[in-house]
Structure formats: structure tokens, C-alpha cells
Write a protein that binds this ligand. Structure first.
Ligand code: AMP
Ligand code: ZN
Length: 468
């Protein structure tokens, strides 16, 4: 297996080599659950799912961990954001815990409609506060922290390679920092590990700690949970590109300073943004679309998945209903074609079919070139030199990565819902007669059905009605 992945750390595509043979350890930053995920967020999770499936198809045993940020999440680098969970709780009159649970459930409903494989481990920040405290204690013992104004800060001047992921230069950082000034900080890019003195005095989620009652900063959860489940050196870390300059930069600083080992992660993979007319789709702008809005307009969640597959994950993708309509009709044609093919039986691949297979998986294994892979799939389906049985075998294998539920498509004969009720009733009666070994009656009904214009085929999946 030879997989190439673009590594944000080296800024180039690299040959993927796992730390352990045939195994991949992968951590993906999960959702903040103070609101519905928008379709931009979901684009990132679809990219991560495609990566997971591609690695799995290539023969790796993938251990995929994702967190749920259910603790107050600040938008800024220090104490300069707003706690969105708290804000949402006040707006709705519900508890922060209820808000977090509600949006976590909504997120997994979207993921299942999108046929996203559930990560092997889904971990909530609020279940791992003690792990975060232990990590901060380690950083404190290693001399990377200071307490100021009641909060514990990470001192970026105690490490010599801060900002390497984003290619940030420390001189520029000091001068050009555009963040709200926190006079407690020694360096404007220092960040909070533990708050006891937040500007929000009505924080609902707080825990005791060696530094006082408070709550964690917004980067420590990913460092703590990833190392708990994957160790202090693992293969792949994913997220959206907005995580590069602050969140992932700070995760690296903390994790490498705590363990003393470098690199913490071998491959950093980031998905580009989904755009709308005004630019990046974002929760804070308030102008965003959810999957359920698309579904209420008559789209299938898989139309959106197909739409995402039509762009490369490292390119920006502009959303429009016109583009979604194209994806919908392409996906529906694919489903129709597969329904026709399902009247054939899968068979072994000849040379031509094998070439298509190689091209498809080579595209996916080359930094997940899904648009090219889809083009190969369509060429293959149109090729008269490939038999229907080969096509069916190929399309089902390709769908192990595409995830368009093509395995669930019914053969065309079964999907015809224009079969009259009396014909269906007779077919059922025949099935019952066969079950009771009343073959004479079963044959008589078969003949009646034939006279009515239908033949019954007994398949391993049960009897199937087809027009004569
Ligand atoms: P959040 O729930 O806000 O933490 O975001 C969840 C994931 O979605 C993160 O990995 C973000 O980087 C990513 N994300 C946010 N906005 C977009 C967007 N417009 N397009 C693609 N991914 C996004
Ligand atoms: Zn994270």
C-alpha cells in the first residue's frame, strides 16, 4: 500500500508511513456542541471519513478518536472570547449540560445520514477534566507555565519552535498580534491552560483543581484526550484549516512540552473551507445552512456527500443550490445505474476492469483525489468492454470509500413500485405456499402471475417480481 498525504507541517505531499505496521492512529477535532453543525463543519467530517475509509481499504487497522467540545468554548486565544455554551443556555433557559447533549445528538444524527463511519472512540471534554489537570501539572513541573491574575498560562517562550505548524515567526507574533490584550500575559501569544478568574463570573461548568475552582482553556482537551487514547506519538491529526494558527499550534506546544518528545504527530491533515456568497460559512456569522435544512428542501444527505466528493478536500468549495442540484442528479443517476446492474451477479475482474480499479484507488490514495476517482467510476460505467457483473463488483468496492450506500440499492425489478397490489398479494401467497411445501399451489400461482404479466424469480435474497 502506498498512500500520499499532504502534510501541513512540511507543506508538501508525503508518502504515508505508519508508526506501527498496518495500524493507523488518528485524532480529529470534533464539534463544539452549542449549536447545530453547519454544512461547512460537516464537509470537514466527510473529508476525515474519506481519509478513514481510504486507509481502511488500503489494509490499515484505523483507530480514529474524536472529541466532543462540551465545555465552555471561547472563541479567542485567551480570555477574550465568549462562552458560547453559557450564552446559548441563557438564551434558551436550558442547562449547559442539556444544550451540549441536545446538539451532540443532533450532530450524530447528521453524521449517520451522511454515512460517516463513527470514530472508534468519541470522547467528551467534560468526562476528561482530570486528564487535563494531570497534563497541566506535568507542564507546570516541566517549567512551561505561570500563574497570573488567577489563571494558569502556557509560556510560549519556554519552547524554541512555537508556531512551526503555521510557519509563524515569533518576532511577527509579538508585534502583529491582533488579539485582545490580556495584561496577565508575558507574551501576547501565551494561552490559558486553566481559568479560575474568567471575566464570566456566572460560569456554569466548573471543577476543583490545584489552582482553584475553574475550567480548562480551549486547547488542552485535545492534547489530553489524544494522548490518553493514542499515546504521546501518533500518526495523523486532522481538522479544518482554521485550526492551524492557534488551536493546533497550541496543541503541539502543550503536547511536546509535556512529553518532551518530538514530533508529537507525524502527519497534519487539514480540510479547506466550504464557502457561501459571503465567504467562509461560519456559526458566528449566523448565516449558515444545516443538513436538516437541505433535507427539508427535498435533498438526501448523500446528495451533499456527493457534492463534497466533487471537490478536493484541500480546495475551497463554493456552496450553491445549483451545484447541489447537479450533485443530486449525478447521485440519482448513479443509484439508478447500480439498480440496473444489480440484476447481474458480481464476477471476477478482467484486465480492463482491473485497470479501472487501479486508477480509482490510485486517485484516492494520492492525497484523496476524489473528483478524479469519481471521473474514473463514470468512465468505467460507460465502458462497453466492461461487463455488468464486473461493473457491479467494481462500483461496490469503490463505494467502500465513497460511502454512498450503493450496497443498499435494490435491484431495479424490486424498486418498481408500479407493481399492482393484487400481484404483490399473490406473490406473497405463493411464498407462503412454498414455505408450507404446497408446491402445486405455488406453481399454480406462478402461472396465474405469468398470465398477469409477471414472472417470479427466486433469488438468494428471496423472490423477486419482474415484468415478463
Ligand atoms: P467547530 O464545531 O466550530 O469547532 O468546527 C468543527 C470543524 O469544522 C472544525 O474542524 C473546523 O475547522 C471546521 N470548519 C469550520 N467552518 C468550516 C467551513 N466553513 N468549512 C469547512 N470546515 C469548517
Ligand atoms: Zn482540537
Amino acid at each position: 500500500m502506498s498512500i500520499k498525504l499532504y502534510n501541513t507541517m512540511s507543506r508538501r505531499p508525503e508518502e504515508f508511513k505508519s508508526i506501527e505496521d498496518n495500524k493507523v492512529s488518528m485524532y480529529c477535532c470534533g464539534p463544539t456542541v452549542y449549536n447545530y453543525a453547519h454544512i461547512g463543519n460537516l464537509r470537514t467530517y466527510i473529508f476525515e471519513d474519506i481519509l478513514h475509509r481510504t486507509l481502511q481499504h488500503a489494509g490499515y487497522d484505523v483507530k480514529h478518536v474524536m472529541n466532543i467540545t462540551d465545555v465552555g468554548h471561547l472563541t479567542g486565544d485567551g480570555d477574550d472570547g465568549e462562552d458560547k455554551l453559557n450564552k446559548r443556555a441563557k438564551e434558551t433557559g436550558k442547562s449547559v449540560w442539556d444544550i451540549a447533549q441536545f446538539y451532540t445528538d443532533a450532530f450524530f444524527k447528521d453524521e449517520s445520514h451522511l454515512n460517516i463511519v463513527r470514530p472508534n472512540i468519541v470522547c467528551k471534554a467534560t468526562d476528561h477534566i482530570q486528564d487535563m489537570i494531570e497534563l497541566i501539572k506535568k507542564l507546570e513541573a516541566n517549567g512551561h507555565t505561570y500563574v497570573s491574575g488567577g489563571n494558569v498560562y502556557f509560556s510560549i517562550d519556554t519552547i524554541d519552535d512555537y508556531g512551526k505548524l503555521a510557519g509563524l515567526r515569533l518576532d511577527d507574533l509579538k508585534e502583529g498580534a491582533r488579539i485582545e490584550v490580556d495584561s496577565n500575559k508575558k507574551n501576547p501569544k501565551d494561552f490559558v491552560l486553566w481559568f479560575t478568574n474568567s471575566k464570566f463570573k456566572d460560569q456554569a461548568m466548573v471543577w476543583p483543581s490545584p489552582w482553584g475552582v475553574g475550567y480548562p482553556g480551549w486547547h488542552i482537551e485535545c492534547s489530553a484526550m489524544s494522548s490518553k487514547y493514542l499515546g504521546d506519538h501518533f500518526d495523523i491529526h486532522c481538522g479544518g484549516i482554521d485550526a492551524i494558527p492557534v488551536h493546533h499550534t497550541n496543541e503541539i506546544a502543550q503536547s511536546e512540552a509535556a512529553s518532551g518528545k518530538k514530533p508529537w504527530v507525524n502527519y497534519w491533515c487539514h480540510g479547506e473551507f466550504l464557502l457561501n456568497d459571503k465567504g467562509k460559512m461560519s456559526k458566528s456569522s449566523g448565516e449558515f445552512l444545516t443538513l436538516s435544512v437541505l433535507e427539508s428542501k427535498g435533498y438526501d444527505a448523500l446528495d451533499y456527500r456527493y457534492f463534497c466528493l466533487s471537490g478536493h478536500y484541500r480546495s475551497q468549495l463554493k456552496f450553491s443550490f445549483e451545484a447541489l442540484d447537479h450533485a443530486k442528479s449525478a447521485r440519482e443517476s448513479l443509484v439508478k445505474r447500480v439498480a440496473e446492474l444489480k440484476n447481474s451477479s458480481v464476477c471476477d475482474l478482467g484486465q480492463k476492469a482491473q485497470d479501472y480499479k487501479n486508477q480509482f484507488f490510485a486517485a484516492m490514495e494520492n492525497d484523496l483525489m476524489a473528483p478524479q476517482a469519481l471521473a474514473v467510476l463514470w468512465s468505467m460505467l460507460k465502458d462497453k468492454d466492461v461487463t455488468d457483473g464486473e461493473k457491479l463488483a467494481l462500483v461496490l468496492e469503490m463505494d467502500q470509500i465513497l460511502g454512498l450506500r450503493l450496497d443498499e440499492v435494490k435491484p431495479l425489478s424490486e424498486t418498481k413500485d408500479d407493481i399492482p397490489e393484487d400481484v404483490k398479494a399473490l406473490a406473497l401467497k405463493r411464498a407462503q405456499a412454498k414455505k408450507e411445501k404446497n408446491f402445486a399451489l405455488a406453481d399454480e400461482i406462478r402461472n396465474t402471475l405469468k398470465d398477469m404479466g409477471y414472472i417470479v424469480k427466486d433469488t438468494p435474497q428471496g423472490p423477486v417480481l419482474e415484468r415478463v
